[in-house]
Write a protein that binds this ligand. Structure first.
Ligand SMILES: Nc1ncnc2c1ncn2[C@@H]1O[C@H](COP(=O)(O)OP(=O)(O)OP(=O)(O)O)[C@@H](O)[C@H]1O
Ligand SMILES: [Mg+2]
Length: 309
């Protein structure tokens, strides 16, 4: 007699016959062991991490170099990845980038484990989609806290409806990058947009969010930037709103136009502005619809896609 095997279960009860009748005992569902993939070439650190995650009832999978990581992740689909940045062969950033670009592995939270406290590494990690940071030396509490955050990130993504409107508030450039990454993971999961299209959209979000923080807010970290995105059956709509005074997008002599992409550069020089003036032109070309509100402190971006078969 076949055994009822629930999804995610690894054991169940047999069918028992009593009094000539067949009774099916309720399946004894044991949850699949949760796994943490630990990638660290320092054996001591790797072993310590393994025993710490074991104490939390996770099963560790230990790797000591970067080369097999992607394949291991594809095969074992771990619940969390603890990834050392300084591996002898492939760098942690490269691995993280690769995993985050694949739809199959995109939602597995990656915690960067690093001895580098440098903020620029943190920003670089965020750029390639890392979900958390753990700086060596770390305490068990800090590890568990980072793991909990990573798991709730994943849960949140899994629970989101296919269609919905998501708002988030951003204060600093770093939180902006982090949240934009989260949003892109979501878009990747829930729309048929290709990797290339998501990359383009990321560029658009970076340009427009960057403008809001730089020009709208004058880099004042007290001001909150609001980003909303909505996924519809055949399009994703993004709204980026700042609290600045706005501007007139029709009057931008210090920015590039399609007719004359470099004519503004001399004027920028005269005005003492940094090099640039390409963000809006670039962003416009990468989406299907691009419009500012009347005030100029809110931009709406629409990217369409074919409906899933
Ligand atoms: N949210 C905003 N609030 C106020 N002014 C803005 C805003 N966004 C853009 N601007 C104005 O529009 C100009 C053109 O923006 P654009 O993104 O094209 O170029 P840039 O930001 O100056 O340079 P680049 O994007 O190439 O680094 C900016 O220089 C700024 O004057
Ligand atoms: Mg810009």
């Amino acid at each position: 007699m076949a055994c009822h095997r629930g999804v995610g279960a690894r054991e169940c009860n047999e069918v028992r016959a009593t009094d000539g009748q067949l009774n099916i005992a309720p399946p004894r569902v044991l949850p699949m062991p949760r796994t943490v993939l630990i990638v660290d070439d320092e054996r001591d650190t790797n072993d310590i991490l393994a025993s710490l995650v074991r104490a939390r009832e996770f099963e560790p999978i230990q790797l000591f170099s970067g080369a097999q990581v992607v394949q291991e992740v594809q095969e074992k689909a771990p619940d969390i990845i603890l990834l050392d940045l300084m591996l002898p062969d492939v760098g942690g950033f490269v691995i993280c980038d690769q995993l985050k670009r694949s739809r199959a592995t995109n939602l597995i939270p990656i915690i960067m484990v690093t001895a580098l406290q440098d903020v620029s590494h943190r920003a670089a990690g965020v750029r390639v989609g890392a979900n958390g940071y753990l700086t060596k030396p770390f305490t068990p509490d800090k590890l568990y806290q980072t793991m909990d955050e990573a798991l709730s990130w994943r849960k949140e993504h899994e629970e989101k409806g296919t269609e919905g409107e998501i708002n988030f508030d951003v204060r600093s450039e770093l939180t902006y990058l982090q949240q934009a990454n989260d949003m892109l993971s979501d878009l990747f999961l829930r729309t048929p947009l290709t990797e290339r299209q998501i990359k383009d959209l990321k560029q658009v979000i970076m340009e427009m969010g960057g403008n809001a923080i730089e020009w709208g807010h004058g880099k004042n970290a007290e001001l909150v930037l609001r980003i909303t995105y909505r996924i519809d059956p055949n399009a994703v709509t993004l709204v980026i709103q700042d609290q600045g005074p706005g501007f007139d997008p029709k009057k931008l002599p210090h920015a590039a136009s399609d007719e004359d992409p470099i004519g503004h550069l001399d004027l920028r020089n005269e005005l003492g502005l940094r090099e640039g003036g390409f963000g809006i032109m670039l962003a416009k070309g990468l989406v299907d619809d691009f419009r500012y509100n009347e005030k100029g402190n809110q931009v709406t971006l629409v990217k369409r896609f074919d409906v899933k078969p």
